[in-house]
Write a protein that binds this ligand. Structure first.
Ligand code: SF4
Length: 484
């Protein structure tokens, strides 16, 4: 993230949210938000971009305290001397490292008493509304889905006026002036102010939704897909209005959008999200002129349709059953990454079909040392495959060497990349089965690749850190023959 800066208005630290995942075993959980750390400076906009399902909306709600999280902190309006310490200590703190996540050398630390005190004193996470009322008054959340966000029984005027009930020092005529000003700036006509929501289309309602946030001039406005229902001209006007209000009132925004134009027009810094993680973060110009992460490259080259992500539940936490699909091991993007390589997190389950293909294609050849296999069983615990053979077969070294050669050849063909992760092929001591050991999946960490430009991708490092021994490395068997 950026350096500790006294104009930091929001610091999000190590935010984690876990939910039950969609598996046959009940109780399996995965992270919907995984160790999210972000910084927003006063008067700036932080844009959050990623496909639907990447976790953008959930993150916004978590920052605003609208959904519970498992751990982490959100510092808002913290006095500069405490914010400085909190940012420094939070950056030094390494959250609960899991085996194999690439962070083995720096062990998980428990929170220091000073950090714990800072979280207790200044983080709004996990605090009651009563305790954080003053801070929350300065945060305004603009929800997606304008029609459901607006009371159908209130006129537009009353809807905007209602925002001031959160507390204001303004008198009635000052409030009236604010409403007229913001309505005009947002492109609403005077006659619109007396309309009811049912008399308006979704585009107009979305404008009302934003206007009522701007009217109270909060220090922080959090906007979730603010222009999704607008046509080009309405969008241009509302983006200009948001920028004008920001410049003239010093407001800060966090904006999540599937629309890259919205992100480009509004953002000073951009965080790219993929399956609950920040995978790239920097200034807008760094992201656009020197993007690093393969996912960002796909997003910005428009080879991914942002609306069609198949990821986590996004924007719906609390509205429907929080059951989500599981996240791929290693680098979560490895299943879609065009430049993935052997260390990117291939699992035994992903390699099993390729090994079956090799065995089936060679089963009917006349190679004397190629025995008929019985089954190939992936073991997720050790990330290995156990290959068994038809009764009484004794596995020869020649077969293992031949298998190694076939694996190497298949790597070069389409879809063969997962086989790069085969670390060794070992015959059991009794010669009756073969263990194919894969590299242990490791998770890339968000690291500073260039000054102020962060990305989580093994192309830029993170693999030279020592990792725990892979299960297959533990004890070599006497009959072992390794893959090259
Ligand atoms: S670590 Fe980098 S190269 Fe590997 S799959 Fe992830 S994004 Fe692609």
């Amino acid at each position: 993230m950026t350096e500790v800066d006294e104009t930091t208005i929001v610091f999000v630290a190590h935010l984690d949210m876990e939910l039950e995942i969609l598996t046959r075993r009940s109780g399996d959980r995965t992270k919907v938000l995984d160790d999210i750390t972000l910084q927003l400076l006063e008067g700036e906009t932080l844009g959050i971009v990623g496909e639907s399902g990447s976790g953008k909306s959930v993150l916004l709600k978590a920052i605003a305290g609208l959904v519970p999280v498992n751990s982490g902190a959100v510092y808002f309006e913290t006095p500069p001397e405490f914010m400085y310490r909190a940012v420094k200590l939070e950056k030094e703190y390494v959250q609960g490292a899991k085996p194999g996540d690439g962070s083995a050398p720096k062990a998980a630390e428990s929170i220091s008493p000073e950090l714990s005190e800072l979280r207790n004193g200044f983080s709004i996470i996990g605090k009651s509304l009563r305790k954080t009322r003053k801070s929350r008054k300065e945060i305004y959340f603009v929800f997606q889905g304008s029609r459901t966000a607006i009371d159908p029984k209130k006129t537009v005027w009353d809807t905007i006026a209602e925002s001031f009930k959160r507390g204001t020092d303004l008198n009635k005529s000052e409030i009236d002036l604010r409403i007229k000003e913001v309505a005009e700036a947002a492109g609403l006509r005077e006659t619109d102010l007396q309309k009811y929501p049912n008399d308006m289309n979704v585009e107009e309602l979305q404008i009302v939704n934003i206007a009522r946030a701007l009217a109270v001039e909060p220090k922080l406005a959090i906007l979730d897909e603010p222009t999704s229902d607008m046509d080009i001209s309405a969008k241009a006007q509302i983006l200009n209005t948001l920028r004008d209000y920001q410049y003239s009132r010093g407001m800060s925004y966090i904006v999540a959008s599937n629309d890259l134009n919205v992100i480009r027009v509004l953002s000073d810094r951009v965080a790219v999200m993929y399956l609950g993680k920040i995978v790239e973060y920097s200034t807008l110009s760094n992201i656009y002129s020197g993007m690093l992460h393969p996912y960002t490259k796909k997003l910005i080259s428009n080879s991914i349709t942002l609306e069609n992500g198949k990821g986590l539940i996004d924007g719906q936490i609390g509205d429907r059953s929080p059951v989500i699909p599981s996240i791929p091991a290693g680098c979560a993007f490895h299943t879609r990454c065009p430049v993935a390589f052997k260390n990117c997190g291939w699992t035994a389950a992903e390699v099993a079909p390729l090994m079956r293909e090799i065995m089936i294609l060679n089963k009917s050849t006349d190679l004397s040392n190629f025995p008929p296999y019985h089954e190939i069983i992936p073991d997720p615990e050790t990330n290995s495959l156990k290959m068994t053979f038809e009764g009484g077969t004794h596995i020869s070294y020649e077969f293992v060497e031949e298998l190694n050669r076939l694996i190497e050849a298949r790597v070069l063909l389409e879809g063969g990349t997962p086989l790069q992760a085969v670390e060794s092929v070992v015959v059991s001591p009794g010669g009756d089965f073969v263990t194919i050991q894969m590299l242990k999946p490791r998770v890339p960490k968000l690291m500073e690749v260039r000054p102020g430009h962060f990305a989580s991708c093994f192309q830029y490092g993170g693999l030279d850190e020592p990792q725990e021994k892979a299960p297959g490395d533990a004890e070599k068997q006497p009959n072992e023959v390794e893959a090259t």
